[in-house]
Design a protein around this ligand. Structure first.
Ligand code: FAD
Length: 452
């Protein structure tokens, strides 16, 4: 502690038990969290190096934390660890219109970057629903997705290069600033999604795009879940490239309405939210989406009449996690399947809900085949909790059987660590262990996360 204080300054090294207690968890329910020894808030790469060297010499594990909005327990404390918070590394170091890149420190909040680049007519597409809180470092470490990823891709598609502090205290720069480059293994892509287990990201060079044109949003309602899902699959198969295609089932719509009155219909089976951001061509796109939805049984397709109504519809979608929380404890699945399997997935989830007698709400980024079946249960009822856990696992098994993955964007953390081998297989898992050992032989970074 003395060594850290001498390097970082007293106010950047916190051991107040209340503060430590409030930093133990991310947003995932049901994940264990230990008691940290201290919380450090370095401001620069040089300070991160000092923290990593000190912790490495003493064998104190490091858990890097961004905004702790993670949904897999990956940012949870481990007993006796140092929490390394990036909340003081918040500089946007450069926005280059010519190269269409931004260079940022990891604690920059996603929406803050999006707004800053928009001022220069540029666009940083990855937009997790947590974008007003979550950090670029956290987005990179989880390879976050979001609403407009259906058209533009996920975080990994926008990370050109990284600066990373390794367990040895060395600083490595991966990737490059140029649009192309294939020298060596793709270490950038390896770090992306590694959930803080391979190093601390201290700087990122991110690709930008020209700002999109004006967008039009529409909401289609269906009597059943199947109709909504089939319509979404048909929209994607039609060759259209909506900039957003989101699904809400009836229990989710009701939960949002109860949480905040947003004028959503509560007596329908499901709703699709679709958007086109192609300016003058958006009206044609939305008309075609409406035709496809109607052909698949939509009872109503309403276009947002202005930008404010569009914003409200998106806001409703972004509220899902908060809206489901008052219903009970939530276990959020994150399965992604090929879109051709979506109807089978949703039918299977309904069967799982009935079998285990639990409520499973089913919002999702349907255009990506990435659903968030959320098992909701009463935490005071031990039997319900046991059934909820069974249902949570059964949904993952179903996703795998349908050719998908147990996590499309939230990551493994501790929540899904015991299912990882089922997806990777023993050889894949062993290769992961060897990669981890090559980066971090002393298991300094986030031990017990991702790999048990
Ligand atoms: C309301 C809500 C909505 C959400 N919506 C979405 C969504 O639409 N799409 C989506 O993908 N996720 C979503 N999430 C999950 C979460 O917001 C993302 O996983 C996000 O990327 C986490 O960012 P964070 O800054 O909060 O990171 P944290 O939760 O603090 O950390 C997440 C992981 O990143 C590691 N990490 C953080 N910073 C660094 C760094 N600098 N170097 C190395 N490792 C680091 C941590 O160790 C941990 O493993 C949502 C969460 C909430 C609460």
């Amino acid at each position: 502690m003395d060594r850290l204080r001498s390097v970082l300054g007293d106010d950047a090294v916190v051991d107040d038990p209340d503060v430590l207690d409030s930093h133990r968890n991310d947003h995932a329910k049901f994940c264990t969290a230990g008691m940290p020894r201290a919380l450090v808030r370095p401001s620069s790469t040089a300070e991160v190096v000092e923290v990593v060297r000190a912790a490495g010499e003493l064998g104190v594990p490091i858990v890097t934390q961004g905004a702790r909005t993670g949904l897999s327990g990956a940012a949870n404390a481990i007993d006796g660890c140092l929490l390394l918070s990036t909340t003081r590394m918040t500089q946007i170091l450069e926005v280059s219109a010519e190269d269409q890149v931004a260079v940022v420190q990891p604690g920059v909040v996603n929406a803050q970057l999006s707004r800053a680049v928009l001022e220069q007519g540029l666009f940083y597409p990855p937009d997790p629903s947590s974008w007003e809180q979550s950090t670029i470092g956290g987005n990179i470490a989880t390879n976050a997705g979001g609403l407009c990823c259906v058209k533009y891709g996920v975080t990994a598609d926008f990370v050109r290069g990284l600066e990373v502090v390794l367990a040895s205290g060395e600083v490595v720069r991966t990737g490059r600033r140029s649009a192309k480059g294939v020298a060596g293994y793709d270490l950038t892509r390896l770090i992306v999604g590694s959930e803080g287990t391979l190093g601390v990201v201290t700087e990122a060079t991110l690709a930008l795009r020209p700002a999109p044109e004006a967008a039009l949003t529409a909401a289609a309602t269906f009597l059943s879940i199947e109709d909504g899902i089939a319509a979404a699959a048909a929209v994607m198969a039609s060759g259209l490239r909506p900039s957003l295609l989101e699904f809400l089932d009836q229990p989710t719509l009701r939960a949002i309405q109860d949480y905040r009155d947003m004028g959503l219909p509560e007596d329908v089976g499901s709703m699709l939210l679709a958007q086109s951001d192609r300016g003058l061509r958006a009206a044609d796109d939305v008309a075609r989406i409406a035709e496809i939805c109607t052909a698949h049984g939509a009872v109503d397709v309403a276009e947002a009449s202005d930008a404010e109504e569009s914003r409200m519809l998106l806001e409703a979608r972004r509220l899902v996690n908060s809206a489901l929380e008052p219903l009970g404890t939530t276990l959020i699945d994150d399965v992604a399947v090929p879109r051709s399997q979506l109807v089978t997935l949703l039918r299977g989830i309904a069967e799982i809900g009935a079998k285990y007698d639990v409520l499973i709400c089913c919002p999702g980024h349907v255009g990506d085949g990435n659903m968030h079946p959320t098992v909701v249960f009463d935490p005071a009822d031990a039997a319900a909790e046991a059934r909820a856990l069974e249902a949570f696992g059964a949904v993952m098994q179903l996703g795998l059987r349908l050719g998908g993955t147990i996590t499309g964007e939230h990551g493994i953390g501790t929540l899904k660590a015991r299912w990882l081998e089922t997806e990777l297989g023993p050889i894949g898992l062993d290769l992961h262990r060897r990669i981890k050992a090559a980066f971090d032989p002393g298991n300094l970074f986030n031990p017990g996360k991702v790999l048990l």
